[in-house]
Ligand binder design. Structure first.
Ligand code: ADP
Length: 192
């Protein structure tokens, strides 16, 4: 029978004295960047899972002037903020900077991206390698979609909502309200 060495008492003493390894451990910050136009349950599932791995998760709403968005950056941030209120180590920010430059500024070394299908992989692989080339100390962590969310995208959610379909099972409540407001306003414009 092998011997088991109990090192826990030593560690507890070190930590109590403030000289344990934990004292020197940096806070692990992960960035989860995206358009989030709008946030859906597939995104939220990724955020919840990542928040259990890292000390802090920053959901970064990226503003890409080349992409036409339905929601303004502030609206997208507000919806993420409301939907993640139950997660104390998650916060939301926005940026229009180069992602690796943003990461360096906030001291993050990990970028999280979600993968739905093989289709996502080529593009994500290319971006991750390019980011690595620009910033060698930053890694991209790929998280596989939750089994119920592989079909879900912001584009599909917007499309369904534009036809007045029920999207309550696909997005957090704050987003349902946001979508209803947007498309009601549009209907109003069309009626006028
Ligand atoms: P982007 O415009 O940067 O692709 P999105 O807002 O569409 O941003 O998505 C942000 C991140 O979430 C991306 O990494 C994307 O692959 C991931 N993602 C999107 N939909 C899902 C989903 N259903 N399940 C898991 N991850 C997803």
């Amino acid at each position: 029978m092998g011997r088991s060495v109990d090192t826990a008492p030593d560690r507890r003493e070190e930590e109590a004295a403030g000289c344990g390894r934990n004292k020197y451990m940096a806070t692990r910050v992960a960035l989860y960047p995206g358009s989030f136009d709008p946030l859906h349950n597939g995104h939220l599932d990724v955020i919840e899972r990542v928040s259990r791995i890292f000390d802090e998760v920053v959901v970064v709403v990226f503003i890409n002037s080349a992409k036409r968005a339905l929601f303004a950056p502030q609206e997208r941030m507000q919806m993420v903020d409301e939907a993640t209120r139950h997660l104390s180590n998650v916060r939301v920010d926005h940026s229009s900077d180069l992602l690796v430059r943003y990461a360096a500024r906030v001291g993050a070394h990990v970028i999280v991206r979600g993968l739905r299908a093989v289709l996502d992989f080529d593009y994500e692989f290319q971006i991750a390698l390019m980011n690595k080339r620009m910033a060698a100390d930053i890694d991209t962590l790929f998280i596989l979609t939750g089994e119920h969310y592989s079909y879900l995208s912001s584009t599909i959610v917007k499309e369904l909502a534009s036809y007045g379909a029920d999207v309550t099972a696909l997005v957090p409540p704050a987003v349902v309200a946001g979508l209803q407001e947007k498309f009601r306003a549009r209907e109003g414009l069309n009626d006028g």
